[in-house]
Design a protein around this ligand. Structure first.
Ligand code: FA5
Length: 348
């Protein structure tokens, strides 16, 4: 079976290399790109097929697929550069009076682009994508995460409480960690993008409904090095057209120990700009090693298993990637805003 996977990867790789090398125009290259790396392309199809394998098999097959994706991406970029720097063919005659009928295009919402991109990265690493309910209970959102009633950390999450007792709109996707640990046996490697809600005033970077992506990895002998490596791979893949660094700083979250906050170096400047507010760093999310108390609450023996978790804001990443200056624009449904993403290739 493994040989078959290898063979498939090798076949795709050699076909892709030939096709890209023979593309002579940007249009040809763009269509080859969609065929290979688009949402319905061969790589995405393989990514989806990967979900049907066991976690153990995904850990072996995923990295092969990921490295193929990165290689194809670099062939594409090299060919694009080569096509763009070729001298203009003087023989081509252009009729500037030709009538072009006005066309309007629909496009995917930036949420769809970014979430597909994030899911593809984690599936390539052999992780599963899971979901949890947006209407949550106090236990999964707070208690099981080491945040009992009257814990000061509850105040940081301005909560939308619902009329049914102990029921709320989840304030973070960390509740999915709890549900996963309670319902599945380790080892676990899951990624959970989803909508979250906080009863707080809005500004350009804070909304009361926003998206987060949670990651949870439980196995034997997991260390901070695994956490750092995973965050680095994820961020580098997301910001792949930029050179970025990842910075970790101590932080406090009751459900991890030690707890960290992670930021990426501003992809748009080297000495401070308006996007990074002159700091050269942009905070993306929180992370840490899962607290033994949380493992115990979820019936996982901390003497055998340990792991890491992280959670980051999806809008924050999309704002950086697509140069969006106000988080509230995501939900306005304004055509002028949405049309800007019609040209973005699927899942980018
Ligand atoms: C949390 O929500 C933790 N659950 C993250 C975590 C997971 C820590 C696992 C450790 C282990 P925090 O409140 O800092 O942490 O939110 C994480 C990210 O969500 C922030 O860095 C930011 O990118 C985004 N975020 C938070 N509040 C808002 C908001 N009101 N609007 C938009 N994005 C937000």
């Amino acid at each position: 079976m493994m040989d078959e996977w290898h063979k498939q990867i090798e076949n795709i790789s050699s076909t892709a290399q030939k096709k890209i090398a023979h593309a002579n125009t940007q249009e040809e290259l763009a269509s080859i790109y969609t065929e290979l790396l688009g949402k319905k392309g061969v790589i995405s199809t393989l990514s989806r097929a990967l979900r049907t394998y066991s976690e153990e098999e995904r850990r072996i097959r995923g990295p092969l697929l990921q490295s193929l994706r990165v290689t194809i991406e670099s062939w594409y970029q090299d060919r694009l550069t080569a096509i763009n720097i070729r001298p203009i063919n003087k023989d081509i005659v252009c009729d500037i009076t030709a009538y072009i009928a006005p066309t309007t295009y629909g496009g995917l919402h930036p949420y769809t682009h970014i979430i597909t991109h994030i899911e593809d990265i984690f599936v390539s690493l052999g992780w599963s994508i899971v979901e949890g309910p947006e209407v949550e209970d106090e236990f999964h959102n707070f208690d099981a995460l080491n945040i009992p009633p009257h814990h000061p950390a509850r105040e940081q999450h301005d909560t939308f409480w619902l009329p049914t007792p102990h029921t709320l709109l989840r304030t973070h996707t960390s509740s999915v960690q709890v549900r996963t640990m309670m319902n599945r046996q380790p080892p676990l490697a899951i990624c959970a993008p989803g909508r979250t809600f906080r009863h707080e005033a809005t500004d350009a970077t804070h909304d009361f409904v926003f998206m987060q992506c949670e990651g949870l990895f439980i196995d034997r002998n997991v260390s901070l090095a695994h956490l750092v490596g995973t965050i680095q791979i994820c961020m580098q893949q997301l910001f792949r057209n930029y050179t970025i660094q990842v910075r970790l700083q101590p932080d406090y979250f009751p459900f991890v120990e030690p707890g960290l906050q992670f930021s990426v170096s501003c992809p748009f400047c080297s000495s401070g700009c308006s996007v990074c507010k002159k700091s050269q760093w942009i905070e993306i999310g929180g992370a840490g090693l899962v607290h033994p108390h949380v493992l115990r609450t979820c019936s996982i023996d901390p003497d055998i298993w340990n792991g890491f978790a992280f959670g980051f804001g999806i809008e924050r990443i999309a704002m950086l990637l697509y140069h969006i200056n106000d988080v509230r624009l995501f939900k306005t449904g304004k055509k002028a805003f949405l049309q800007q993403f019609a040209h973005v290739p699927q899942g980018k």
